[in-house]
Write a protein of this length. Structure first.
Length: 262
């Protein structure tokens, strides 16, 4: 399934008619957003662990077929030696994520821009990511932001651990489009304020077509990869419009979701 969404649901620039209707209370924003998109990346978890009660509340406010991804704590990933993150990973995984139930999608682990590729450290970190917790299957994606990760050795490691490499559309970060996990995770971070849909219609159409190709188990031929793409059956695809001109994120995500469903 192709899922398209935004990062979080609390943003002043989306209020007053820009995305949320005028007069909509803040307590109704998640319910509204989750009925116009089919996924949201929870970003609040990056800054601090959330309570199990919060996860249960968010699950209750969204449609049955809605799915969240969860951005992992910065206290796990913003460190020099990722191999030492075991206790922090455990603390994050056990903080209440599974209260989302069937609405729990991938967990996003975003590395610091200064973090360089060190094969032993990255291998050890990926090995620490659990495949399940309390009989709930867990899926993981990593977003790297240093050019040193653009190497087949990193792609091979991610594939061996069934961890998706985030396809980041951002001028300041490397674009690695290799498919290494059982799903695809893309973050679009270059939306433009002067375009209602964030991206020009032609670019929206391209991303929608790529999403369909990924979902079908294939890889787009016009995206850069470092190793041959593995053949697979259909995949889940998660695409989030995150930063850039953030006020345009909902419009971009809705346009992309509509195009992907045509």
């Amino acid at each position: 399934m192709i899922r398209v969404g935004i990062g979080g649901w609390t943003f002043e620039g989306w209020r007053g008619g820009a995305f949320y209707p005028k007069g909509l209370p803040k307590t109704g924003e998640l319910a509204y957003a989750s009925r116009r998109l089919n996924s949201i990346e929870i970003n609040a978890t990056y800054h601090r662990n959330q309570s199990p009660a919060s996860f249960r509340k968010w699950a209750a406010e969204t449609p049955d077929d809605f799915v969240f991804s969860v951005k992992a704590s910065r206290f796990v990933t913003n460190r020099r030696v990722l191999a030492e993150a075991g206790p922090s990973i455990q603390g994050f995984i056990t903080s209440g994520l599974i209260e989302l139930g069937a609405k729990l999608g991938p967990i996003l682990w975003q590395f610091a821009p200064t973090k360089k590729f060190e094969v032993d450290d990255i291998r050890s970190f990926l090995a620490l990511l659990p495949s399940e917790y309390q009989n709930v299957s867990l899926r993981h994606a990593v977003e790297v932001r240093h050019q040193s990760f653009v190497t087949p050795e990193f792609v091979k490691l991610a594939h061996e651990h069934n961890v998706a490499i985030v396809i980041a559309h951002a001028p300041e970060h490397p674009l690695i489009a290799d498919i290494t996990g059982s799903f695809v995770y893309a973050r679009l971070q270059s939306s433009q304020a002067n375009i209602a849909t964030g991206y020009p219609p032609g670019e929206v159409a391209v991303w929608a077509e790529w999403a369909k190709i990924w979902e079908a188990g294939m890889a787009p031929k016009d995206l850069p990869t470092l190793m041959p793409a593995p053949s697979t059956e259909k995949r889940d695809v998660f695409v989030y419009v995150i930063s850039g001109a953030k006020e345009r994120a909902p419009g971009a995500a809705m346009a992309l979701l509509a195009a992907a469903n045509r």
